[in-house]
Design a protein around this ligand. Structure first.
Ligand code: 5RP
Length: 232
């Protein structure tokens, strides 16, 4: 476990910086690295800039991450132009003790799943608040084709959830893929693989934010005593 340098408790932001830096050891020199989205990944991108001359570039899961990578001089490749990636590094809204995650708080879940599926290894970087026994404490993001939004909201109601359309600036949020996000509360996802399989079949669902098929192999967890490495 790597140790924090200060004896005072680290803030959530400092924990994110710590795990972002720790993820550098999973980056393979000479290769293209898969890069996720979010405030924790932003710390990783900043750290990655220190070794930008040692990598070919990155495949990114969002417009926001691509812009940050490019601003720091890191070349961004289209996923379709790159073969298999050795590693994908991304955050999570929740991670369970088996490496299953809920993702999509930043509305980038579809591209995140695509890049994760293209990668041999998923390294999750997260602060300790993200570790849960059972998925479902954080609202579950689901990307939906707008025509199906109302029906998908009703369908979650029928299985005991409460789903709402995610808004931004008074309008329905539109993802990088031109779709809606619904956020679902009130569910305990005790069988993430089965849940992901089932909801993925609902007409109009583009991506459900449960990552069980694309679960993490490693989680670098920022704790008050340093970075803890969990392997699954
Ligand atoms: C974006 C994501 C993020 O990885 C997730 O929301 C965690 O973000 P943060 O690092 O800001 O807490 O899934 O769609």
């Amino acid at each position: 476990m790597s140790q924090p340098t200060s004896s005072s408790p680290l803030s959530q932001d400092e924990l994110k910086t710590l795990v972002g830096q720790a993820a550098l050891k999973y980056v393979i020199p000479g290769e293209v690295v898969g890069v996720g989205t979010g405030s924790t990944v932003n710390k990783f991108i900043d750290a990655l800039a220190t070794m930008k001359d040692q990598i070919k570039g990155a495949v990114s899961s969002s417009v926001a991450s691509s812009e940050r990578l490019q601003a720091l001089g890191i070349q961004v490749f289209e996923a379709a132009d790159v073969d298999r990636l050795s590693v994908y590094i991304d955050g999570a809204d929740e991670i369970d003790p088996h490496g299953n995650m809920v993702k999509g708080g930043g509305a980038a879940l579809t591209r995140e799943k695509i890049v994760a599926a293209q990668s041999k290894m998923f390294v999750c970087i997260a602060d300790q608040s993200k570790l849960v026994d059972v998925l479902g404490a954080f609202p579950l993001p689901v990307e939906v084709i707008p025509m199906a939004t109302a029906r998908v909201i009703r369908q979650f109601g029928a299985i005991g959830g409460s789903a709402t359309l995610r808004m931004k600036d008074g309008q329905a949020l539109v993802t990088d893929n031109g779709q809606h996000i619904v956020d679902v509360t009130g569910l305990k996802i005790s069988d993430p693989l089965q849940f992901e399989n089932e909801v993925s079949q609902w007409p109009g669902v583009v991506t459900v934010g449960v990552f069980a098929h694309q679960k993490a192999q490693v989680c670098l967890l920022g704790t008050t005593t340093g970075v803890k490495t969990l392997t699954f």
